[in-house]
Structures are given as C-alpha cells and as structure tokens.
Ligand binder design. Structure first.
Ligand SMILES: NC(=O)c1ccc[n+]([C@@H]2O[C@H](COP(=O)([O-])OP(=O)(O)OC[C@H]3O[C@@H](n4cnc5c(N)ncnc54)[C@H](OP(=O)(O)O)[C@@H]3O)[C@@H](O)[C@H]2O)c1
Length: 285
C-alpha cells in the first residue's frame, strides 16, 4: 500500500475503470482537464507549466498515463489534436516527474494492420495519424526515460459499456441484424485483464519497454457471434460481411501476440466466450 499512483485520464473510459482497482495498491491521484481526486486541481497535461505545478504538489511512485485521444477521425483531420493529447502530455509528464516509472496506454494501431499476430519486436508502420501520434509518444518515452517508460499496447478494450458492445446490445436487443467483417481480425482486450496486467507492472521490479496486453485473436464477426450467444440473441442476427476495396474502414489484421506479457507478468488473456459470459452474468469471474 506504499505507492502513490498518478493516474491520468481520470474521467475517460480507461482511467475511470482503473481508478477503483488501483486504489487497492496505494493512494490514487486521478487527474484530467475537468476532474481530479487526491487534493489536486484538474490539469491540462498538454500545458507544461501546469504539469510542473502538479509536480510541486505530489510525489508519485508510479504514473499510469491513460489520458489521450483515441479519436481516429479527429486526429486524421487535425493532427495537432492527437499530438497534444498523446505526445505532448507524455513528454510533459516525463519532464515533470523524472525517474518515476510511467506506464503508457498505447495501441495496436502502431502497426500496419495487414498481417496481424504482431510481437513487440515487429516494426511499427502506423497507417493513421492517430497511430503515428502513439508511435511518437512511445518513442519519446523510450528515448527520454529508457529505464522508466513502459508502453502497454492494448487492442479495443471492452467491458459491458464499451462502444461496440453497447451497439450490439441496442441493435440485437431491438431484433435487428448487424453486418460484421469476417475478414477483419483483432485482439479485443477484456478490461479486467488490463487491470491485472497494470497491477502486475506496478509491482514488478523491472518492466519491459513495450508489452502487449491483449485478448485472443478473433474476427469482428466471430466476436459478435460470441456476444449473441452469451446474451441469448439469435445467431442469424449476426451477418458476415467482407472488407471491400477502397479506403479501409477497418484493417484486415491488427491482432497482437502476448508472449512477452505471459512470460514477464504471468498474463493470461481471458477467452472471449468466458469474458462475455461474465458480462452476461452467466458466469462469475
Ligand atoms: N479505449 C480503448 O479501447 C483504447 C484502446 C487502445 C488504446 N487506448 C488509449 O487509451 C487512452 C485513453 O483512452 P480512453 O478510451 O480512456 O479515451 P477517452 O474515454 O476519450 O478518455 C480520454 C481521457 O484523457 C483525458 N485527456 C485528454 N487530453 C487531456 C489533456 N490535455 N490533459 C488532461 N487530460 C486529458 C480526458 O479528460 P478530459 O477531456 O476531461 O481532459 C479523458 O479523461 C488513449 O491514449 C488511447 O489511445 C484506448
């Protein structure tokens, strides 16, 4: 219980779900631009003097940097949005808190998405402005704080409130069908698995510079079928479709290998059918 954990992205999807579990590890100071806990004011982490002022008030033993943007469209249309949210915030934290381990929530979008089963040793080749900002933040961290920085790459995170699950719940629940790509693969990550991995990374004496924390590889179609099965919807409501020519709405294969997390952290991704059964309350954790 000795840790003081600075958690950024306090009111975001990831940060708001990490705050409770991390409180079992120590004192959590959670910040975003709009809210903050732990007796500090909200902070724009893209504003270097504001982050320096935050460092005058708290002395974290570890930082979990879950603030940033995942808005692919906004980053594409206006890259400075992605640069400020994903890169500048990271650099400011590294400057203001030298020597403090920083766990950075990164993404599978650092890869090209054409062949999948990517390991941490594979070359990055982002095909979106969003992905480029995440690669840039990773590189800034690895260069600026090689001993303290750890990029935790996750694929689409899910719990019952994830955007895709909410869409499935509303659409299938209304009796309508959904078209899902059977040739677009990824490694959606069950949120409790990320929580476990982050807790283990906090406790670890040494950490890899980059680690993949992701679920089993699955197609969008197969994942939706597993959802329908767990929640009692008719399987015919999930209709297979295929990626067409032209600009890709999704990538053919962004899946991540998790061998490093398994060996370094004892990480074991939850199979999607089990995770979805837990969410459907057909099974307990
Ligand atoms: N969700 C996923 O499936 C997923 C997958 C892979 C990677 N990630 C990564 O995880 C991170 C968080 O994603 P999310 O899903 O939690 O996004 P989100 O729900 O949009 O939350 C983003 C959080 O970042 C904060 N933030 C953004 N800019 C900030 C700034 N300049 N200063 C302080 N706080 C700032 C936002 O707070 P305010 O707007 O209130 O400031 C909010 O708390 C992103 O870096 C994303 O790349 C997420």
């Amino acid at each position: 219980m000795g840790d003081v954990i600075l958690l950024t992205g306090a009111d975001g999807y990831v940060g708001s779900r990490l705050a409770g579990p991390l409180a079992t590890r120590g004192q959590v100071v959670a910040v975003s631009r709009r809210v903050a806990t732990g007796g500090v004011p909200p902070c724009d982490l893209a504003d270097a003097p504001a982050v320096a002022a935050l460092a005058e008030r708290i002395a974290p033993t570890v930082i979990v940097h879950a603030a940033g943007t995942k808005d692919i469209k906004a980053c594409e249309q206006h890259p400075p949005i992605g640069f400020d949210a994903n890169v500048r915030t990271t650099l400011n934290l590294l400057d203001a808190f030298p020597g403090v381990p920083l766990l950075y929530i990164s993404t599978d979008y650092v890869f090209a998405g054409d062949r999948g089963r990517y390991t941490e040793d594979d070359s990055v080749a982002p095909r979106t402005a969003y992905g480029r900002t995440k690669v840039c933040a990773e590189q800034v961290g690895l260069l600026r704080a090689p001993d303290e920085f750890c990029a935790v790459r996750v694929s689409a995170l899910y719990d019952g409130d994830a955007t895709f699950l909410r869409f499935l719940r509303e659409t299938l629940g209304a009796g309508r069908s959904v078209d899902c790509y059977e040739d677009a693969f990824y490694s959606p990550t069950f949120l409790p698995d990320l929580v476990t991995a982050i807790q283990r990374l906090i406790d670890a004496e040494t950490r890899p510079g980059v680690v993949h924390v992701a679920g089993p590889r699955v197609s969008r179609y197969a994942f939706a079928c597993a959802y329908a099965e767990a929640f009692g919807h008719a399987s015919r409501q999930v209709v297979p479709s295929r990626l067409g020519p032209g600009p890709l709405p999704l990538f053919p294969d962004l899946s991540l290998e998790t061998g490093r997390a398994r060996s370094a952290l004892g990480y074991k991704p939850t199979p999607h059918d089990e995770a979805l059964d837990v969410l459907a309350e057909r099974r307990t954790v």
